[in-house]
Every structure is written in structure tokens, then in C-alpha cells.
Design a protein around this ligand. Structure first.
Ligand code: COA
Length: 172
């Protein structure tokens, strides 16, 4: 399948909203219960870009959004400024075609270009697809927090995986 990775624009928002809401309703990838509207995602895009973080999309030949990814601060305190946490979502009818991997490789490049040192993935422990995707890229499992979340009437465990982007020193 032909697709390309590019920076998200406001015109991509309906596609992003649809993918986000599908993950809310049908998966434990997002620990939210409520769907959102386009204005919610426009605000999110705006906040990410203003903070200097990328939002990227995978677009097919027709320019439809078939996946998206982004990263932002992992934790709010100054000492965490070299670490980011990302998210990646692929439209349900386009999975297992290499889109998630392509988005992840682009996010790793963008995080390096931003001068970041570590990228963290917080993944529901039952999300085998995401864990495999991350491990294939070289992410290492660094922790598992049992029963820290709930959705669909059951407890969820949160697994953290991390990727060290470079050997930069900690002087800045
Ligand atoms: C996780 C997700 C982003 C993967 O995207 P994708 O485009 O389907 O993944 P790719 O086709 O690039 O797969 C790359 C590798 O990941 C692993 N993988 C992907 N889906 C998998 C699955 N269902 N089961 C096992 N391994 C899987 C495989 O190792 C795969 O390589 P292979 O196809 O050569 O075997 C996608 O399933 C998704 O959007 N899921 C719902 C949202 C979500 O869970 N997001 C992550 C939140 S942390």
C-alpha cells in the first residue's frame, strides 16, 4: 500500500478525530470513556504545535488519514525535559500494513531532531500489537503497574517501554 508521512494540518482533523474515537469506543489503548469532537482535536493539535511538538499523519493516495502519531512532555517537571511520551494510532481497516512502524520511525527521528534523549511508551499490558510493535523497534520493557486503570469493567495494567534516542550528556 502506498502512503506517506507528513505533518498534520487542520484539514486532517476529521480523520484524526475518527481514529481517536474508534480507539475510545472499541479499545483499551486510550483510557477515556467519552468520544470527542473536531474542536477538541483542533485544540490538542494547536497545543502540541505551540509547545514545539510534532503531530504527524500517514496519508494514503487520496490524502485520507490512515494513522497519526505525536509526542509531548512525559511529566511536567523541569528535570523530565529531555523525555517525551508518544502516541500512535492506525485506522482499524489499515492495520498490519506497516503504517504504525512508519509513524514510529518518523516520531523517533523527530524526537532526536528536537534534542530529546528518551522516548517513553505507556501501553496497556493486554495490547499485544503495540507491545510487539515497540519491541520490534528496540523499545525495552522497563515496568508494569498493575491495576492502575479501569475500562469496560475491568482493571488495566500499564506497561512502560522506553527507547534511548542518543548518548547526549545531562549537562543542559
Ligand atoms: C498498535 C498499532 C499502532 C500497530 O500499527 P500497525 O500499522 O498495525 O503496525 P505495523 O503494520 O506497522 O506492524 C509493525 C510490527 O508490529 C507488530 N504488530 C503489529 N500489529 C500486531 C498484532 N496485531 N499482533 C502482533 N504483532 C503486531 C508486528 O511485529 C509487526 O511487524 P510484522 O507485520 O512484520 O509482523 C495498531 O494496531 C493500532 O492503531 N492499534 C490501536 C491503537 C493502539 O493500540 N495504539 C497504541 C497505543 S500505545
Amino acid at each position: 500500500m502506498m502512503f506517506s508521512i507528513r505533518d498534520a494540518q487542520v484539514s486532517d482533523i476529521p480523520g484524526i478525530t475518527q481514529i481517536y474515537n474508534d480507539a475510545v469506543l472499541n479499545t483499551t489503548a486510550i483510557w477515556n470513556d467519552s468520544i470527542v469532537d473536531d474542536s477538541n482535536r483542533i485544540k490538542w493539535l494547536d497545543e502540541r504545535l505551540k509547545a514545539g511538538f510534532p503531530v504527524i499523519v500517514a496519508g494514503d493516495n487520496q490524502e485520507s488519514v490512515i494513522g497519526y502519531g505525536s509526542f509531548g512532555d512525559w511529566r511536567a517537571w523541569d528535570g523530565y525535559r529531555h523525555t517525551v511520551e508518544h502516541s500512535v494510532y492506525v485506522r482499524s481497516d489499515q492495520r498490519r500494513k506497516g503504517v504504525g512502524k512508519a509513524l514510529m520511525l518518523a516520531l523517533l527521528d523527530r524526537a532526536r531532531a528536537c534534542g530529546k534523549h528518551v522516548m517513553v511508551a505507556g501501553v496497556t499490558s493486554e495490547n499485544t500489537a503495540s507491545i510487539r510493535l515497540h519491541e520490534d523497534l528496540g523499545f525495552k520493557v522497563v515496568g508494569n503497574l498493575p491495576e492502575v486503570g479501569t475500562k469496560f469493567g475491568r482493571w488495566l495494567d500499564l506497561m512502560f517501554l522506553q527507547f534511548t534516542l542518543n548518548k547526549k550528556d545531562a549537562t543542559r
